[in-house]
Design a protein around this ligand. Structure first.
Ligand SMILES: [Zn+2]
Length: 104
């Protein structure tokens, strides 16, 4: 019962690994698909975030708020991606505080 309560209330760990650990199996990698915080992070960073952001910015400039509204991604993953795109000069931030696609 205690293990079950911990499983339901702990939002940080990988749920799959928690179940496996309960039955004595240890996994190092998280599954990337459950609702655990670690898995959500892995999930949002992997799933097509970059192509989606690039597609949006190619269509028109977006502020970070507009991107968040359209993408539903964890802000952290989005900030990291925008920073790397800025570093690569694929996008630029103009005086309107919107990100503009820098090519084509
Ligand atoms: Zn998981």
């Amino acid at each position: 019962m205690e293990a079950l309560i911990e499983f339901v209330t702990d939002s940080t760990v990988c749920k799959r690994n928690a179940v496996l650990a309960y039955f004595g199996e240890k996994r190092k990698r998280v599954c990337g698909q459950c609702s655990g915080a670690l898995c959500k992070k892995a999930y949002t960073e992997e799933i097509d975030l970059k192509p989606k952001v690039i597609q949006l910015l190619k269509s028109k400039p977006h502020s970070i708020q507009e991107l968040k509204q359209k993408l539903y991604f964890e802000p952290q993953a989005l900030h990291q991606l925008l920073k790397s795109l800025l570093d690569e000069e694929q996008i630029i931030m103009e005086q309107d505080y919107k990100y503009h696609w820098n090519y084509e």
